[in-house]
Design a protein around this ligand. Structure first.
Ligand code: AMP
Ligand code: GLY
Length: 429
């Protein structure tokens, strides 16, 4: 097979790395890729949103399967475009991608399907939104309806904050068109987890649960980032959780999408709040999480190319997905200042040595080549992933490798996996 992967981050590097292990894969192209991806795949300088150029490239190079990493191309209809030309592609149609690209759409599907989620209302009129926020006597979350680079959600402590968030999104347009419509919902409390499944239109095969660490500093302090680290699976939350998610959330959602006329294909990523016996959906995404993907790929031991092709063709079965019983972790090395302003262009050292640590892979997220020198070129620079028979072993390897890598302003969180470890130590005492 010839494969085209679309995207430029750590997630796409991890996907290329795993796809490369498939015996059926001949060539891997990545548009646009990055310097790390460039070592294992052929980089193609086409932007992920230039879907006409990507389609023409896929036809010219006889690409047998296209795998889309980020959400933007899905939201603007890359799958519809490829399918019009008979090109196999893994991901949801534009209509089905609304599960992520419109929070109002996702909430309405959940309501129709009876999927547990926070109480909500949708507004196009800022005055009506403000009246609602004042009338509700509970903590609220204000969400821009559309894609806002992960910044469109404001978790509010007070009604004043909710009013300010409504004003920013709807009157001042800080999220552009994405925030002209908002969803206002009840604030939930508990432990956040991410659930992933491969879906072929009707069948969903689980890839398991992972936990992201969004705030920039240890102990979940500081502003939210795209994700500072992740680990998978999450046995500390019990054996039945995945089965309940499947029954209460995944199956009814997929059935509702099919009934509505947009059967879902691709990765279904449910962001969930777990609180005792209660599970609520915070959001759906229609792609792999980043850095969750870099942790999960360390456990995936099936043939990824065959699995994604089967999902694209509506022929997915249990045997396509094999997960090793080990743990996968991912630790992000970021630039000082991220998620705010940061400098780029600092040389990166120690990468080769870090790669020699057993069961470690270092994925590139924001790097560039300046001549022959690898330099920092993003907020998240590298994602150090590791595998281990238990969580502690996987973390030890990841941090050992992370320490070997140096660049000016390097920052990382040292408490990835803390929730699982704390639970374990409480149970041990
Ligand atoms: P979303 O993009 O909808 O997942 O929101 C981003 C983040 O906002 C989530 O990861 C949660 O931390 C937080 N969040 C979203 N909705 C809620 C809610 N209803 N209650 C509490 N926190 C929320
Ligand atoms: N790690 C969060 C996301 O990919 O949306």
């Amino acid at each position: 097979m010839n494969i085209l992967v679309i995207g430029r981050g750590g997630r796409e590097h991890a996907l290329c790395w795993k796809l490369k292990q498939s015996s059926s894969v001949k060539r891997i192209f990545c548009a646009p890729g990055n310097p790390g991806i460039g070592r294992i795949a052929e980089s193609v300088s086409i932007e992920p949103t230039d879907i006409a150029a990507l389609r023409a490239f896929a036809m010219a190079k006889r690409v047998d399967l296209t795998v889309v990493g980020p959400e933007e191309p899905l939201a603007i209809g890359i799958v519809d475009e490829f399918e019009r030309y008979g090109l196999p592609i893994f991901g949801p149609s534009r209509a089905a991608a609304q599960l992520e690209s419109s929070k109002a759409f996702a909430k309405n599907i959940m309501r129709k399907a009876g999927v547990p989620t926070a109480d909500y209302a949708v507004f196009d009129d800022p005055d009506a939104a403000s009246r609602y926020a004042l009338a509700r006597n509970c903590p609220l979350v204000v969400k821009a309806d559309g894609l806002a680079l992960g910044k469109g959600v404001v978790v509010c402590e007070t009604a004043q904050q909710a009013l300010a968030a409504i004003d920013d999104a709807m009157r001042r347009g800080v999220f552009g068109d994405a925030g002209r419509r908002v969803v206002i919902e009840e604030r939930l409390f508990g432990e956040e987890v991410s659930y992933f499944a491969l879906v072929d239109g009707t069948r969903a095969i689980t890839l398991g649960l992972a936990q992201d660490h969004k705030p920039v500093f240890d102990g979940d302090r500081g502003p939210n980032t795209g994700g500072m680290g992740a680990y998978s699976p999450l046995p500390h939350l019990g054996d039945e959780l995945e089965e309940r998610i499947r029954r209460l959330i995944v199956e009814p959602t997929l059935a509702a999408m099919a009934t509505w006329g947009a059967p879902f294909r691709g990765v279904l990523y449910a962001g969930l709040m777990v609180n005792g016996p209660r599970i609520d959906v915070l959001e759906f995404n229609v792609r792999f999480g980043d850095p969750e993907c870099e942790a999960m790929m360390m456990r995936f031991s099936g043939d990824l190319a065959e699995a994604l092709l089967a999902a694209a063709q509506g022929k997915l079965s249990e045997q396509h997905v094999r997960l090793s019983p080990s743990f996968g972790v991912a630790v992000a090395l970021t630039s000082r200042g991220y998620p705010g302003n940061y400098e780029r262009g600092f040389p990166i050292r120690g990468l080769e040595r870090a790669q020699t640590v057993a069961d470690v892979e270092v994925f590139h997220a924001g790097t560039a080549l300046k001549g022959d020198t690898l330099v920092t070129n993003g907020g998240r620079v590298l994602i150090v992933s590791a595998r281990g028979d238990n969580l502690e072993a996987a973390l030890r390897r990841a941090y050992q490798a992370a320490e070997m890598i140096e660049f000016e302003g390097k920052h990382l969180r040292y408490d990835i996996g803390m929730r699982a470890l704390r639970k374990k130590s409480l149970e041990g005492n």
